[in-house]
Design a protein around this ligand. Sequence first.
Ligand code: HEC
Ligand code: HEC
Length: 210
Amino acid sequence: MKHPICIGVLLLAATLRAQAESAPHLASLQTCAACHGDRGQGNPALGAPRLAGQQADYLLQQLQGFKAGRRGYDARDSHGAQMRVVVASLDEADFAPLAQHYAGQDAGPVSAPAQPDARGKVAYQGTCAACHGPEGEGYAHLKTANLRILDPAYLERQLSHYAQGLRGADGHADQHGIWMRGIALQIGGDAERKAIVDYIGSLAAGTAGN
Ligand code: HEC
Ligand code: HEC
């Protein structure tokens, strides 16, 4: 009679331990909420992007990148530098649980300007879709970001930063960042960048058409 109870207790203990290991520490989540919002919905006024619904592999890789100085390495990138300071104080064991947590959050619909732009569509579907998907959803195996959850100002800033070498520069970034910098350098200026960002917004808002 004793055995089943013992096994039950052992199983319960193992389950609780697994849960403790996979749940991010509450203290970390409260830290993130200050800038990214309680559901990871993001706060454009602070420049903090939406994390809810982002690809988990991408989130994990970015946290590791901030920690290792592959991102936020240039003082002119004040938003990245800010996030790098936050990550420096985190326990690395929390990275994967944090990434999983936010990837699984649903922060509701994205409010995006719904202006389809023919030039943006051609550029996006011709160049970006190969790595970020035709709907901007990102691919886990390529460690690419889900772009359709991101606000326009954040998208613009990242594309400019890649082009300026504030993100993705040789000697700082890994292969993924360097790839993306190479792509950003091919965007033919402010007007084309804006057209692409508008098109991503229209994908998110469901107004991109066919
Ligand atoms: C002081 C404000 C602040 C706090 C606190 C903060 N962040 Fe951030 N975070 C930012 C900003 C600003 C950016 C945008 C950086 C940039 O523009 O490169 C960012 C970017 C990120 C990114 C990159 C997202 C992407 O799409 O590339 C991740 C991942 C992230 N934060 C996770 C977290 C987590 C997890 C926490 C809590 C442990 C946290 N942040 C706490 C301000 C903050
Ligand atoms: C060869 C594959 C590839 C192509 C093509 C590509 N990307 Fe990326 N993109 C990536 C990877 C990988 C990352 C993550 C890089 C890193 O870790 O910094 C990324 C990151 C980004 C980010 C940062 C997301 C965030 O949350 O901070 C933006 C914005 C972006 N890409 C937009 C675009 C746009 C717009 C295009 C087309 C003009 C494009 N990408 C084409 C691979 C690609």
